[in-house]
Design a protein around this ligand. Sequence first.
Ligand SMILES: NC(=O)c1ccc[n+]([C@@H]2O[C@H](COP(=O)([O-])OP(=O)(O)OC[C@H]3O[C@@H](n4cnc5c(N)ncnc54)[C@H](OP(=O)(O)O)[C@@H]3O)[C@@H](O)[C@H]2O)c1
Length: 239
Amino acid sequence: MDARERGYAVVVGGSGDLGRAIALRLGTDGRRITLLARDEERLRAAVEGLRAAGVDASHQVADATDRASVLAAFETAAKDAPALDLVVHAAGLMATDFAMRAAPERWAKMLDANLVSVANVAAAVVPHLRRAGRGTFVAIGSTAGHGGHPGLASYAASKAALRSYLATLQAEVLRHGVRVTLVSPDAVRSAAHQRSGRDPKTLIPESEVAAAVAFAAGLAEGVRIAEIVLESPPPAAKE
Ligand SMILES: NC(=O)c1ccc[n+]([C@@H]2O[C@H](COP(=O)([O-])OP(=O)(O)OC[C@H]3O[C@@H](n4cnc5c(N)ncnc54)[C@H](OP(=O)(O)O)[C@@H]3O)[C@@H](O)[C@H]2O)c1
């Protein structure tokens, strides 16, 4: 089977908790994988982990908030593998702040990490998918993007803005055969949440987020799902 049949995916944020799980799932499904992030040492470690699981993996260093850096990375990736058909944006920043207290610098940083970086990746890759007349662009949002999460003011707003951005992107490219999906999980069983002492039963396994990405990318050509929302079980209520 050649690369075109197996498919080729780039996972932005592929050295992170969710990114690694998504890359592992897509890679063990048979896709060739490139991980993209800023820290090369973490990228190398993640690639080693994938290779140990039998995945054909490589990495590219880039800062997704920097348009020129992202364009250069995708140009190299596309030259190397014309069969690129799936891009997953799983990079981002999570922090807590209250609606009336979030500092101006925090707003800019959050929007840069969770919105502008997705727009940069879309600008770099969607033209390739559009020319090919096929392909899937997935971004990881959050249930916080649906609003009403005290203490997550700037994070929730950045994820809501991401939903709106992806709806516009989809409206612009669907007729060219490119589909866009948002996968919005509640709290995931990532290192940070595990350290918080939260009951693991109320956290979503990373492999389930990866399964949602694989589902969206595996739909028949011409079929797409706008958003997959993964809800975790609510804390037990006292009866
Ligand atoms: N964990 C959860 O419970 C949860 C729940 C819902 C949604 N999400 C969303 O899922 C996504 C990933 O979360 P996670 O928990 O896996 O985070 P994580 O473990 O902190 O990983 C973040 C990844 O993104 C990369 N990254 C960050 N900024 C970047 C930039 N400017 N350019 C390129 N790469 C960048 C990081 O590598 P470098 O730092 O080396 O660049 C790392 O690979 C985020 O969008 C988050 O909001 C997470």
